[in-house]
Design a protein around this ligand. Sequence first.
Ligand SMILES: *[C@@H]1O[C@H](CO)[C@@H](O)[C@H](O)[C@H]1NC(C)=O
Ligand SMILES: *[C@@H]1O[C@H](CO)[C@@H](O)[C@H](O)[C@H]1NC(C)=O
Length: 216
Amino acid sequence: MAKRIGHFSLLALAFCCLAYAYEPKPLQDFCVADPNSSVFVNGMACKNPMQTQANDFYFSGLHLRGNTSNPFGLMVQPVTVAQLPGLNTLGISMVRIDYAPWGINPPHTHPRATEIITVLEGTLEVGFVTSTPEYRLITKVLYKGDVFVFPVGLVHFQQNVGNKNAVAIGALSSQNPGAIMIGNVVFGSNPPISSEILAKGFQVDKKVVDLLKEKF
Ligand SMILES: *[C@@H]1O[C@H](CO)[C@@H](O)[C@H](O)[C@H]1NC(C)=O
Ligand SMILES: *[C@@H]1O[C@H](CO)[C@@H](O)[C@H](O)[C@H]1NC(C)=O
């Protein structure tokens, strides 16, 4: 009997914590971000609900093509809590991604969100890599209308593998997903990580590290 109860409580505990970690329930209808608040909370403080307006829940412009004239051939237009304050506390956001022919979205990760994308135009090769110890690359070529998911925290990338522009729309499971661009974090931090550490860490000559640092 005692054993059964113990088992049951363990199960209850597992359900409780999974639910709280991944699907926090709002305690009110909304909490529109107040960018002027000096209160530090996990997220952003709420604007007075009586002063919220339709525009707090609104963003316009995702029909516009991004300017991809840059070395990556990429433009990302985010619609997170920074652009749409009504997203605060709701655990969801959106992006439009434009790719020039053969443009790339370089390897990066979102520390706080799973991302699901759909291709509106063009052909994309996408992939993500599993964590230690396998480091398995999971990759696929996507066509118009295809959908692919990048699990939270995993390093992923996309490349336009066609001669025409490509466009994707992504949805992310955080109002503030964050982005960690691998190249920038490792070779472009401020102040820089010492070249000794990077040379030993990547098992290459210091000159290779210095060359990469110049790029970021
Ligand atoms: C924040 O402060 C600025 C400058 O005082 C003001 O123009 C803006 O309307 C304020 N924003 C909100 C959401 O209260
Ligand atoms: C696109 O970006 C490039 C590089 O920043 C700039 O020179 C060009 O004027 C931009 N084009 C448009 C249409 O804004």
